[in-house]
Design a protein around this ligand. Structure first.
Ligand code: GLU
Length: 319
C-alpha cells in the first residue's frame, strides 16, 4: 500500500515519515446523530486490515454536511458524510455555495436514507408544519445540512426565519436538553432513524414528530432530483406511534477527486466485504433500503474513479 492518500501536492500533507502508519479522518456530525456511528463502523472495518494496509482511520465529530464538504476541500479531512441535497448544491455552486462550485467533489457511496424530522415538545401546540409560526424553533448550526434543507423547505412552503419567535442555531446534540428546559419548542434534524438524539429527547420529555407533507412538498420532491418521499416509522421513538411522512435525502460518503483510487477502494472494500455484518450491527443499516445496489442511488456528485472501477469489478456497475 502506498503511504499516501492524496495525489499530487497534497500527498505531502498525508505522508508521515516518522511512522509506518498513515492516518486519515472521516468527517461526520454530532455524536448523537447517525453520521458519527456510521463513521465509527466504517473505520473499525478499515482498521481491522491495518497489518496489510498500514492505514488508520479515525472519525471527527463536526458541524455536519457543509462543514464536511468544506473540510474536504481545504484538505482537513479525506472523507466526509453529507446529504445528497447539500452535495448537489456544493457541486453545482448554488444556494450556500453560490458562485463557488466545488467541481472536485466526488461520491463514494450513498449509504442510507435520512429523513427530515421536526421534533417538538408535545405540549407546544404544533401539529402541522405551519403551526411553527411564532414559535421558538431550532433550525440548526450554520454549516449543518439541517439548516440548509430546512431553509429550502421554508422557501417552498412560505415560512421564514423572521416569522419564528426564535430561529435557533444550536448544534443537534444540544437540542434534546434545550427542548426539555423549554428553551425551544422544537427542532429540525435531518438524520437517519433511529437516532440516539431523538431517542434521548423522547426520554427527557414528551415529544412528537410533525408530518412534513402536502402539495408544496410533493412539488419540491418532483422538482429536485435529490429529495425523496420518506416516512419515520411509528414506534421508532417513545410516544410517537404513527408513521410520520416527511422529506428524505441520502447520506453519502464523499471525498475529493485528488484522493487516490487506492484509498477510496480501501474504504469501499471495507464496507462491501462486510456488508451483512454491517447491516446486522446497527438498526439504521438493517432497513430494507440499505442494499449494495442502493449505494449507487442518490448520488449528486460524480463517482470517484476509484469507486467506479471498484463497483465495476464487483459487478454493481456496468463497464
Ligand atoms: N444531516 C445532518 C447534517 O448534515 C447530520 C446528521 C448526522 O449527524 O447524522 O448536518
Amino acid at each position: 500500500m502506498k503511504k499516501f492518500l492524496v495525489l499530487g501536492a497534497a500527498a505531502l500533507a498525508f505522508s508521515t515519515p516518522a511512522t509506518a502508519v498513515d492516518f486519515f479522518t472521516i468527517g461526520t456530525g454530532g455524536v448523537t446523530g447517525s453520521y458519527f456511528p456510521m463513521g465509527v463502523i466504517i473505520c473499525q472495518k478499515v482498521n481491522a486490515q491495518i497489518k496489510q494496509t498500514d492505514l488508520y482511520c479515525s472519525v471527527e465529530s463536526t458541524g455536519g454536511s457543509a462543514a464536511n464538504i468544506e473540510n474536504i476541500k481545504s484538505r482537513r479531512v479525506v472523507f466526509g458524510f453529507a446529504q445528497s441535497d447539500v452535495i448537489y448544491q456544493a457541486y453545482q455552486g448554488v444556494r450556500r455555495f453560490e458562485g463557488k462550485p466545488y467541481r472536485e467533489l466526488r461520491s463514494v457511496m450513498a449509504i442510507y436514507p435520512e429523513v427530515l424530522s421536526l421534533v417538538i415538545n408535545k405540549n407546544a401546540g404544533i401539529s402541522r408544519l405551519q403551526d411553527i409560526r411564532g414559535k421558538r424553533i431550532n433550525i440548526g448550526n450554520p454549516g449543518s445540512g439541517n439548516e440548509i434543507t430546512t431553509l429550502d423547505l421554508f422557501g417552498e412552503v412560505g415560512l421564514t426565519k423572521g416569522g419564528l419567535a426564535l430561529a435557533g442555531t444550536l448544534k443537534a446534540p444540544e437540542c434534546p436538553d434545550a427542548l426539555k428546559q423549554q428553551q425551544i419548542d422544537g427542532y429540525f434534524y435531518m438524520v437517519g432513524h433511529p437516532s440516539a438524539n431523538i431517542n434521548i429527547a423522547s426520554k427527557l420529555t414528551g415529544i412528537d414528530l410533525v408530518p412534513i407533507e402536502g402539495e408544496a412538498i410533493d412539488k419540491m420532491i418532483k422538482r429536485y432530483p435529490y429529495y425523496i418521499k420518506s416516512t419515520i416509522p411509528g414506534g421508532t421513538y417513545q410516544g410517537v406511534n404513527r408513521d410520520v411522512p416527511s422529506l428524505g435525502v441520502k447520506a453519502v460518503l464523499v471525498t475529493s477527486a485528488e484522493v487516490s483510487d487506492e484509498a477510496v477502494q480501501l474504504v469501499l472494500k471495507a464496507v462491501l466485504d462486510n456488508f451483512s455484518e454491517l447491516k446486522a450491527s446497527h438498526p439504521l443499516l438493517a432497513q430494507d433500503a440499505v442494499t449494495k445496489q442502493n449505494l449507487l442511488v442518490g448520488l449528486s456528485a460524480p463517482l470517484h474513479p476509484g469507486a467506479e472501477k471498484y463497483y465495476q469489478e464487483v459487478g454493481l456497475l456496468k463497464k
